[in-house]
Design a protein around this ligand. Sequence first.
Ligand code: SF4
Length: 314
Amino acid sequence: MPMSQWNQQARKVLKGVKISNEFFNTQAFEESDFPIKIPLEYAELIDQTNPNDPLLKQVMPQPKTGQIGFIPAPLNDEDNSPVAGLIHKYRNRVLLITSQVCVIHCQYCFRQNFNYTEHDALSNWSEIEQYIRQDSNINEVILSGGDPLSLSDEKLEKLIQNIENIENVTALRIHTRSLVAIPSRITDKLVKILAKTALKVVLVTHINHANEMSEAFIKNIANFENVTLLNQSVLLKGVNDNLNSLKTLSLKLFEAGILPYYLHMLDQVSGAENYFVKEQVALILHQQLQAELSGYLVPRLVRDEAASSKSWLL
Ligand code: SF4
C-alpha cells in the first residue's frame, strides 16, 4: 500500500541535538530526557533569525532548574486508571490512551514520563468496553495519547465504530496536536469518518500560538463537517504569555472556525520549569483578554489537578 502523504510528512522530522542545531544554525539545542522531535513542516514555520521564536521555544529542551513543585508525573494519571489504557477522573467521561506516539515533542508536555507501554487502549479494548458499558453515567469518550491522530485512519475508524456500539456513549472528543504540526493529517478519509459517525464529535486542537496556524492548516481544517472545533492552549512563558499573542491567537482561531476553549496553566512536570507563568500574571492577562475580546473568544483559564478534576480559575 503506498504511504499516505501525512505519513510521509510524519517521517520528515528533525531528531536529536546535532541535526536540530544544524537546521536552525545554532548551538542552543542540548540533550534532554525528552527526545527532540520536530516535524519539518513545523520547523519551517520558525523564524531562524529569532532565537526567541515562540514555536522554537516549544520544541527546544529547556534547562531543568529543579524548582520545587516540578515532578515527573504531576497529574498522577496512572492513579486514576481503573483499567489499563483508560483514565476515569470525571463522572460522565473517560479518556483513552490510544497511542504512545506524537508527531511532535513539546518540551512542556506533562505526559513525557507516562508509562505508555502498560496503557494501550487498543490492545485492551475488550476490558475497556466492558468498563464503559457497565457505568451508565459515562456518555463521552475522549481520545488522547500521545496523539490519537498518529493512528492510521483505518485504526481510528475501527475504534470509533467500537465506541459507537456502546449504547450509553453519545459523544466523542479527540484531543490532538497533529493537525497543526502536520496539516496533511486532515485526510479525506478522516473527514469522512468523523462526518458519518452517529456520535457527536468534538475535535480539540492544541495550538499555543497564532504562528503555528499555517495556510495549509487553515485550508484543511475547513474540510471537517459535523464536527465542533475547539482549541486549548497552555500558557507558556516566552511563547504566549502576553496580551498580543493570546488575542491574535483567539482571533485567528475564530477566523479558521475554531473556538478558544481552555487556556491551561502549565502542568508542573520536571524539565518544564522555564515555561512556568505565575497564577497572578495569568489572572491579569485573562482580565486583559476579557476587556479586548468578545466573550466567546476568551478561553477559560484552568488548571488540571492531580487528585481531583480541573479547577476553573476564571
Ligand atoms: S503532542 Fe501533546 S502529548 Fe505529544 S508531546 Fe506534545 S503535548 Fe505531549
